[in-house]
Design a protein around this ligand. Structure first.
Ligand code: ADP
Length: 477
């Protein structure tokens, strides 16, 4: 089932609460009015009973009953207040009973059961009455009195009040529903505006933003948060677009080189040596393309979060030693001095183990060494060292090569950034190595920085948090 909109739901809630409040208020008012009206009627009734008491008191003490009956009849039979009156003396001796009471005999209680004054409402011939039954102690006699008054006015007023309530309640509810709906629409209109603009945002106009609200409330916070989210999505989207464009561009170069080389070789028939030379070039470019694709894939995996780390304690000293061994031959071929200081200064030196992914850490060292060799012309030197600084291991790769200008130092970690495009390409670089290196370092909660002066070489320094060396239990003496 389709859920109702927030606006309609708010209105319904508002209406339900309003109706409940109206019901409680109406019923309360009705009860208060009823109580007050009956109070008025009862006050009149009590006053009439008091009158009767005064009348009885004014009679001589030893007046015979027959005489008293006569006196009461004379006074009350013609008086209005005597219409609904019944008086008994002791022993259920009737003193006075009006014609009306006689016609509608229905004494509420036998006179001897009337202990305290009793107030009762009764309907007689469809007319509402209030009756008061009370014992009167007068001149050493106990009289039981039942006095009544019509309560039409009170009941009519109550009826009228109820009719007005029932008449106006639906009207008020209708107005409340309209008002509630208008209020909710007004309160939610910024949401509609947000929805409209949000609908218009797509991949082609990611730079458009939701309408800025100045309401200072939750809706403003919502629109600000959504706009911040759009900022992040836009920059991620731009990064991806840029990455795709750069990657395509990078891939186009080697492929067109391979193609040109092949076309040239096929244009006319050549000797075996020439073909071999061409194939060597093609092979070289193909190898570079493979390396480039590997790097691109690696970055794509890191972007999508699919590059998982296999963390385990890694002995950096040992890992670096084996990486350095692998580069010895390159150093010889390139005629560069290659040295490493990886030995622990003494046996008590702390273990340089880090919690990391050994393959990635090897790759990090390979990238830094590859760069050092690429950008250091012969004769020159490359030096690798490992030290510990507090709880961090510091790997330094220092070369005496061409160095990096100050303004480039902050940019070399960006993807595809190369200081000298032609030179870097000639060395087989696409400007992705340091971006990958930085990702590896970040994943290991470390930091990487460069220190360099053009013409005076460069030093790349990587700091990684070490894991505490296991405490060696001293042997018992
Ligand atoms: P590349 O594959 O082009 O070497 P990197 O991301 O590894 O890409 O490096 C980016 C750029 O930083 C390089 O093109 C180069 O200009 C510069 N660079 C990196 N390492 C060194 C270094 N040791 N000496 C001088 N320049 C360097």
């Amino acid at each position: 089932m389709r859920r109702l909109s927030i606006g309609v739901r708010l209105t319904l809630w508002y209406l339900a609460i309003f109706a409940l409040a109206q019901l409680v208020f109406g019923a309360g008012m009705w009860l208060v009015l009823r109580h007050n009206l009956y109070d008025l009627v009862d006050d009149g009734l009590e006053a009439q009973v008091d009158d009767l008491k005064n009348f009885l008191q004014s009679q001589p003490k030893d007046l015979p009953i027959a005489k008293l009956q006569e006196e009461v009849n004379e006074t009350y039979a013609i008086e209005h207040s005597g219409d609904y009156l019944e008086v008994y003396a002791e022993n259920d001796l009737l003193i006075y009973r009006s014609a009306f009471v006689q016609a509608h005999q229905s004494a509420l209680l036998p006179p001897d059961q009337v202990k305290r004054p009793v107030m009762r409402s009764r309907r007689i011939d469809g007319r509402p009455f209030r009756f008061l039954l009370q014992k009167l102690n007068v001149n050493d006699h106990v009289y039981t009195v039942e006095m009544g008054v019509p309560a039409d006015d009170a009941v009519e007023t109550l009826h009228l009040f109820r009719s007005y309530l029932l008449m106006f309640a639906p009207l008020l509810l209708l107005v409340a529903a309209g008002g509630g709906y208008w209020l909710s629409r007004r309160a939610l209109s910024p949401v509609d505006a947000l929805v409209r603009t949000a609908r218009a945002v797509s991949g082609t106009n990611l730079n458009s933003r939701l309408q800025k609200l100045e309401t200072g409330d939750e809706l403003q916070r919502l629109s600000d948060t959504l706009n911040e989210m759009l900022d992040r999505i836009e920059s991620a989207f731009l990064r991806i677009t840029q990455f795709t464009a750069d990657a395509s561009h990078e891939l186009r170069t080697p492929v067109s080189l391979i193609r040109t080389e092949a076309e040239l070789a096929l244009r006319r028939s050549r000797g075996e040596d020439e073909y071999k030379e061409s194939l060597r070039h093609i092979l070289l470019e193909a190898e570079r393309t493979t390396a480039l694709i590997e790097q691109l894939l690696s970055l794509a995996r890191t972007d999508s979060g699919r590059e998982t780390l296999h963390l385990q304690p890694v002995d950096l000293r040992q890992t670096l030693r084996s990486v350095v061994d692998g580069w010895q031959q390159v150093a010889t071929i390139r005629n560069l001095q290659f040295s490493a200081s990886l030995d622990a200064p003494d046996d008590d030196a702390p273990d340089s183990s880090v919690l990391g992914d050994e393959t990635l850490l090897r790759r990090l060292a390979d990238i830094l060494l590859d760069n050092a060799f690429k950008y250091t012309p012969s004769p020159g030197s490359v030096h690798v060292s490992l030290e510990s600084k507090g709880e961090r291991a510091v790997i330094s790769v220092q070369d005496s090569g061409i160095g990096i200008a100050e303004e480039d130092q902050s940019r070399i970690f960006e993807r595809f950034y190369r200081v000298d495009k032609a030179r870097s390409r000639a060395q087989g670089g696409a400007g992705l190595g340091l971006a990958i290196a930085q990702w590896i370092v970040t994943q290991h909660r470390g930091s990487i920085e460069v220190e360099s002066r053009p013409g005076h070489g460069a030093t790349f320094r990587v700091e990684l948090p070490m894991i505490a060396a296991p405490v060696q239990n001293p042997l018992p003496a």
